[in-house]
Design a protein. Structure first.
Length: 234
């Protein structure tokens, strides 16, 4: 088997509760696992076990207190735990895709442009980017009448579908998914399952958290039980 695209080794994370006298809250301790290209690994465990914290450390939103997180792509390996901010930004531009539970975008930008910009960032010509964006929005059942509007006025489910379309529009060898289907109906959850399977077939390494058991069971190659890391921190 090839070297993993994501290698998490001995990772620990603590939060200092400044409003509670500096009390330290251990979130994860000695987290260790790997994700290879072409597989979807799911982080399992109850709410508060540290699943999202692990994703955010891999993406560089949270500082890693101990251990290493090595990302391998395009012939390079980078330890996100010790990477400089400019290296983290470079990884986000070319290596790591991320779909969170919430759509955060510049106000007044249309849904179509939000998704197309993700393709343009990969070097796609404007017309190609727009056509790909239209295709994804259509697959995710976002009504065409909404494509030219800013998503701020959309329903929660519509906003999340735009969010998913943007995340899957970008071509990244590593894709992080933080409960992308939590606000979707069965029809659109099935579309997301199809998209994940397509990315796996392309060799993308996917690490995800899924609220919906049917989605998790449909896409997971392996489940990493995060409670084993939380238990060591207790």
């Amino acid at each position: 088997m090839n070297s993993p695209a994501i290698s998490v080794s001995g990772v620990a994370k603590q939060f200092v509760m400044h409003l509670q006298g500096g009390k330290t809250l251990n979130v994860v301790d000695n987290a260790s696992f790997a994700v290879h290209g072409g597989e979807c690994v799911v982080l399992g465990g109850p709410s508060g076990a540290g699943k999202s914290s692990i994703l955010k450390m891999i993406y560089g939103n949270y500082r890693v207190d101990a251990g290493s997180i090595t990302l391998a792509a395009h012939g390079h390996c980078t330890d996100i735990a010790s990477a400089l901010p400019r290296e983290v930004l470079r990884l986000r531009q070319h290596t790591i895709g991320y779909v969170s539970q919430f759509l955060r975008v510049i106000p007044r930008i249309s849904a179509l442009d939000i998704v197309a910009e993700a393709r343009r960032a990969d070097g796609a010509e404007d017309e190609v980017a727009r056509q790909d964006a239209k295709s994804l929005l259509a697959r995710l059942n976002v009504p065409e009448r909404l494509w030219g509007l800013a998503p701020a006025t959309f329903s929660g489910g519509e906003q999340q579908r735009v969010n998913i379309a943007r995340g899957f529009a970008a071509s990244r060898p590593i894709l992080l998914l933080d409960e992308p289907t939590a606000s979707l109906d069965a029809r659109n959850r099935a579309v997301v399952v199809e998209l994940i399977r397509e990315r796996k077939a392309e060799g993308v390494a996917i690490l995800g958290i899924f609220h919906d058991e049917d989605v998790r069971d449909a896409v997971a190659d392996r489940i990493v039980d995060v409670t084993t890391f939380a238990a060591q921190a207790a």
